[in-house]
Write a protein that binds this ligand. Structure first.
Ligand SMILES: [Zn+2]
Length: 76
């Protein structure tokens, strides 16, 4: 399960949450102030790699954690 980093735009609190990839884009709330103005940063740690690209398009990335751009896992 990937660990996602979030930052609260209200109180600037940064926190990490383990979520499944399908839940990554769902809204979350700040664990400090409970605000909903939370911005997701790049996922920083992957405990498991499926080895499959998540999109149907072909790309050179095989890290399984990105859609072929702006990937923190493989740098592409
Ligand atoms: Zn907050």
């Amino acid at each position: 399960m990937p660990i996602y980093e979030y930052v609260c735009l209200d109180c600037k609190n940064e926190f990490e949450t383990i979520r499944s990839m399908k839940d990554a884009d769902k809204p979350t709330e700040c664990e400090k102030c409970g605000g909903l103005h939370v911005k997701r940063k790049l996922a920083v740690i992957y405990a498991m790699s499926g080895g499959h690209a998540v999109s149907g398009t072909s790309n050179s990335c095989n890290c399984g954690s990105c859609r072929g751009g702006n990937c923190a896992g493989c740098g592409s």
